[in-house]
Design a protein around this ligand. Sequence first.
Ligand code: CO8
Length: 258
Amino acid sequence: MSYVKYETEGMVGVITISRPEALNALNSQVLEDLNSVLDSVDVNEIRALILTGEGEKSFVAGADIAEMSEMTKAEAEAFGKKGNDLFLRIENFRIPVIAAVNGFALGGGCEISMSCDFRICSDNAVFGQPEVGLGITPGFGGTQRLARLVGAGMAKQMIYTARNIKADEALRIGLVNAVYPQEELLPQAKKIAQGIAKNAPIAVANSKKAINDGLQVSISEGAVIEEKLFGDCFETHDQKEGMSAFLEKRKEKVFTNN
Ligand code: CO8
């Protein structure tokens, strides 16, 4: 039995973390199941992924506190690495991953959402990094990604105070791109994913890589990364198809991922 479900609809894949008895908290098994599901995603067929949580209450209520409570220093460091490796895998996954945050996104839940390309949420969503109240630091990338997303000052305030924020505040500080009523969240996420899926997949993947890699380096080094990935799109079927469709004033385009 897996804690993670995977369904596809056309060229869109939906990954659902399903451990509702613990508000979808991330224990070691959930992390392993997520890795297995990512192994099974056919990135030649699927062009965008949605990550969400089971139910209408919680996206992910954090790393599993019961499992962590008995850990030694070495075990905790290994657990942190396991989460960080998975979240880096999500961040660098070839196709875009949209977090559809359907409720609590606390600690590891906020952190996994931040490893996705962007976040949309339901109006009952709650974000926060409550770790310091538990005597630990955010350990699944929170100290790194939150500051990059909302700025160091806001990230420090959220982390030091362990204060949760609601959807409207998450929108205001740029942590999420949009807020929807719960019942509209998944349909909206699918609509966005389908919008991505109809564009040229190599161009989308190269844009993702250019943005991600560029954020780690200086602007002039980033420009070189961009030039390389821009050039890489040329001589592909999809570059010829996209440009000839424009020149022929043809609306229909068939991108083949080649
Ligand atoms: N871990 C384990 N179990 C959890 C978690 C969690 N993070 N969150 C909820 N649960 C369980 C509860 O224990 C409860 O189980 P049971 O029914 O068996 O008692 C069940 O889910 C339902 O939860 P509640 O009864 O508490 O539901 P409420 O609606 O009353 O409250 C809350 C919902 C506010 C979300 C509350 O459950 C809560 O505060 N949860 C914990 C939130 C939290 O602190 N998350 C951060 C955890 S720390 C973390 O994520 C660190 C990440 C980095 C790890 C690095 C490793 C080294």
